[in-house]
Design a protein around this ligand. Structure first.
Ligand code: DMJ
Length: 570
């Protein structure tokens, strides 16, 4: 009997924490994958340097370039001044990845080139949010890496030039914040400031995801204006939340009125949540934590539906759009940082399922119609699934996540790799490619995949990654108050119950127990309602293969990814 019970426990533990020896991911395989990702990075980087640099981004099919930072402001190339060379965006975005890959020589070369050639004195209307996360974040992070005494990356010749450039850019941002509400304009002309008749429409991310980069700039330069401006905007935005602690997606920055009341965790909002929590880690302010805590609980309560997240109206909490979007795939990564691993794992599986179904993640999938969005079938080489996979592997060390990484790497190589770099996918049903390699492919996609297989950069170091994947060190000198260790409890709620019920794997309620006699006089407690799933790995093809949950006594159903769980049917 003892042997039998021991075996049951071992089997149970194997289901929960699969033994790494059962995976084909031994250290040789890990090394092989790391090298595969390294090759991908250099294939993209070298093609950019050959065909696009010093312009912003590579067009891998025509082997040409695009000055996309200007285009982000709808400024077509023909409207740019003749001598406009772009801002070498992809080079700036690659800096921290070069360090993580251990290529100090190329990092040094790039830093020196930027120091001598980069100028922001260009007549280009750029998107403040994009320019902040890509350019300011890239420069600030690279400056810290270049001056970090443990790295000794740039010998002698580095005299804080990247910080000087970052400060110049930060100063050019400031006029955007000079508004009655403190909410910034979404667009700014780098040379002339806010343009006449500039649009007053902006997004939640656009106002609420500036604090990491601008805060870091203030800490590095001692000039508080950048952090103050970003903080004022964030506080104003937070004050516009509804009584349900929800925010909308777009707003008028001049009047402080919401334009789009529906929101979720994807486009236009995503990094707002991310920055509330990461600002708490980086700057330690209790306030950030309080805002994040309320915001997170509201997301879990009003947007979550089993493993998926739909959109809801901020005023009523009523569901609006039932969509799975590629950008949402960052959420499980954030949940790992917060400690809500069970919920993270559950959603991550669904994204993996969709990735496997289409070969890559489509931009938008309509959950209620079980079909792709007719005009958003594209995949622009986004990093979010790789990012969450990296975080989940770090938290669990479950080699299954490396297998997911391998799937992503293989898909990228089969569908997006072309002679001139990596191309976006225009339509995931045909895998037709598109002539664009976004800079985030080097800043994030390759970086997170590399870190999944080789995290030596992070050993004995404490970094957080910005939303664009640029590492910033967590320094006690930057912390107004060191963050406490929060032990999450009752994070994830099941909706539509008379009384909310905790459904996190860490906080389950036990339903009425049935006492069974083990035969040897010992009493075994067994759930009265429990019906096991058809298969011990909880995989399924239909609801009928899922049993009854042993702790809540609710019928389990089969999710889109084919796993039994307490999903609510859409
Ligand atoms: C990146 O620029 C950032 O990750 C941003 O937060 C969201 N979109 C892209 C990548 O998909």
């Amino acid at each position: 009997m003892l042997v039998y019970r021991f075996r049951t426990w071992v089997l149970l533990l194997l289901v929960i924490f699969p033994d790494s020896s059962l995976s084909h991911f031994d250290s040789a395989k890990k090394k092989q994958m790391r090298e595969k990702v390294r090759k991908m990075f250099y294939h993209a980087y070298e093609n950019y340097m050959t065909h696009a640099f010093p312009h912003d981004e590579l067009k891998p099919l025509s082997r040409s370039f695009t000055d996309s930072l200007g285009e982000l402001g709808n400024l077509k190339l023909e409207h740019l001044p003749q001598n406009y060379n772009g801002t070498a965006l992809t080079l700036i975005e690659s800096l921290s990845s070069l360090v993580i890959l251990g290529n100090c020589t190329e990092f040094e070369r790039a830093v020196l080139w930027l120091s001598e050639n980069l100028t922001f004195d260009v007549d280009a209307r750029v998107n403040l949010f994009e320019c902040n996360i890509r350019v300011l974040g890239g420069l600030v992070s690279a400056h810290i890496l270049a001056t970090d005494s443990t790295n000794r990356l740039v010998q002698g010749s580095y005299k804080n030039q990247l910080l000087v450039l970052a400060e110049d850019l930060g100063r050019r941002f400031l006029p955007a914040f000079d508004t009655p509400t403190g909410l910034p304009y979404a667009w700014i002309n780098l040379k002339y400031g806010v343009m006449k008749n500039e649009t007053t429409e902006t997004s939640t991310s656009g106002c609420g995801s500036l604090i990491l980069e601008m805060g870091a700039l203030s800490r590095l330069t001692g000039d508080p204006r950048y952090e103050s401006a970003a903080l004022r905007a964030l506080r104003k935005l937070w004050s516009m939340r509804s009584s349900l602690n929800l925010l909308g997606t777009t707003l008028d920055m001049e009047t402080g009125e919401w334009i789009e009341h529906s929101s979720g965790i994807g486009a236009g909002v995503d990094s707002f949540y991310e920055y509330l929590f990461k600002a708490h880690i980086l700057f330690g302010k209790e306030d950030f934590w309080r805002m994040f805590h309320s915001a997170y609980l509201a997301v879990q309560k009003y947007f979550r539906h089993g493993p998926w997240y739909h959109e809801a109206d901020m005023r009523t909490g009523k569901a609006t759009y039932w969509q799975l979007t590629s950008l949402q795939a960052f959420w499980p990564g954030l949940q790992v940082l917060v400690g809500d691993i069970a919920a993270a794992n559950t959603s991550h599986r669904e994204f993996v399922y969709v990735w496997k179904k289409f070969g890559v993640l489509p931009e938008r999938y309509l959950l209620d119609h079980q079909m792709l969005h007719p005009t958003e079938k594209y995949y622009p080489l986004r990093p979010e699934l790789a990012e969450s996979t990296f975080y989940l592997y770090q938290a669990t060390k479950d080699p299954w996540y490396m297998e997911v990484g391998e799937t992503i790497v293989n898909s990228l190589n089969s569908y997006t790799k072309v002679e001139g770099g990596f191309a976006s996918i225009r339509d995931v049903t045909t895998m037709q490619t598109e002539d664009h390699m976004h800079s985030f492919f080097l800043a994030e996609t390759c970086k997170y995949l590399y870190l999944l297989f080789d995290d030596s950069f992070l050993v004995d170091r404490n970094y957080i990654f910005t939303t664009e994947g640029h590492p910033l060190p967590v320094l006690s000198a930057w912390q107004d108050r060191l963050p406490e260790i929060y032990i999450p409890s009752n994070w994830t709620y099941v909706k539509d119950e008379k009384q909310t019920k905790r459904s996190s794997a860490m906080s389950l309620q036990v339903c009425p127990a049935l006492s069974l006699n083990a035969g040897n006089g010992e009493q075994l407690a067994e759930s009265a309602c429990h019906v096991p799933d058809a298969r011990s790995d909880h995989k399924c093809f239909g609801d009928e293969e899922c049993g009854v949950d042993s702790t809540s006594c609710r019928r389990r159903s089969c999710s889109m990814a084919g796993y039994c769980g307490l999903w609510l049917v859409v």
